[in-house]
Ligand binder design. Sequence first.
Ligand SMILES: Nc1ncnc2c1ncn2[C@@H]1O[C@H](COP(=O)(O)OP(=O)(O)OP(=O)(O)O)[C@@H](O)[C@H]1O
Length: 338
Amino acid sequence: MEKYGPTRRGATKRPADGGARADAIVVEDLGRTFVDRRGRGAGEVTALSGISLRVAPGEVHGLLGPNGAGKTTLCKILTTTLEPTTGSARVLGLDVTRQSRAVRRSIGLVFGGDRGLYGRLSARENLWFWGAMYGLRRSELRARAELLLERVGLADRADARVDTFSRGMKQRLHLARGLVGNPRVVILDEPTMGMDPVAALDFRALVAELREEGRTVLLTTHDMAEAAAVCDRVSLIDRGRLLMTEDTDAVGRLLSRYERVVAHGVSAGLADRVGALAGVVAVRHEADRLEAETELPSATASVLAVLAGEGVHRVSTARPDLAEVYLHLVGRRGMAVT
Ligand SMILES: Nc1ncnc2c1ncn2[C@@H]1O[C@H](COP(=O)(O)OP(=O)(O)OP(=O)(O)O)[C@@H](O)[C@H]1O
């Protein structure tokens, strides 16, 4: 398969000049609003607002956010199926609005669910169809389809109709479809949706291969663990706004640092004592239920010790979810979440 200059996970992909070398994806002050016709009267929904983002060539970049954060909207703009309301976006130097045809030829798109596959065609025929759309010659197209069917583990089902496939198999075919045009930039919108855990692991290996081939990958997910496993950098997006872009390792460290302790049968006085412990960053107390956020493993241990010392034994610990990590991050950086 064509190589674009290998890169390694963990290697710094951003050039020392801060990005003067052409970035693969450049998003500047991007915004998108929709007219919301649901409910009474038409209101405006801001799906994206003031998004600026750069992805270096060969980087695997994760776009993380909860449902409705605006991830799909950004993917649609980058893949030219939706125009921005404000700002601009370029893929490989091509403007997504003014040079949309050229952008479409340079990218591969993979999205979750059933969209974009022809159920009455076989897996192989689907790939031939999409390869033809990319303008591949017949012999090239056939060879590429075989290679990709093998690569995503569908070679033995190549002639079966796609509407007989499981969700996970369809998702793997989507991946093959996204790669059929040998794209330098691959955009994956919730690529493991519907995959079983084994297939999701295979998917991670595939993304690693794409990185080795020097392709640029932008992938959306709301699974922090998935992002941590495959991405070089991640951007956290919430309610249409970009909260931060960081090296994945930094976010992973942050995630493993925070913990939540939930206990029942806790008095207000005891809740105050827990709140005063070093490393306890937040405490909520309602009725006799305590929720304490800790930011160091030793802090969790001290909370548990204080609770046990007072005879409180209905206690559990958990890692915070993504939304809570956002709040920690945002609080620390003094940024506003609106
Ligand atoms: N065609 C549309 N009309 C009106 N509102 C829309 C439209 N498309 C998206 N939105 C709204 O824009 C916001 C962002 O949606 P988007 O689908 O981009 O989020 P997402 O991060 O991809 O979420 P999910 O993980 O659920 O797919 C949401 O509030 C959504 O309701």
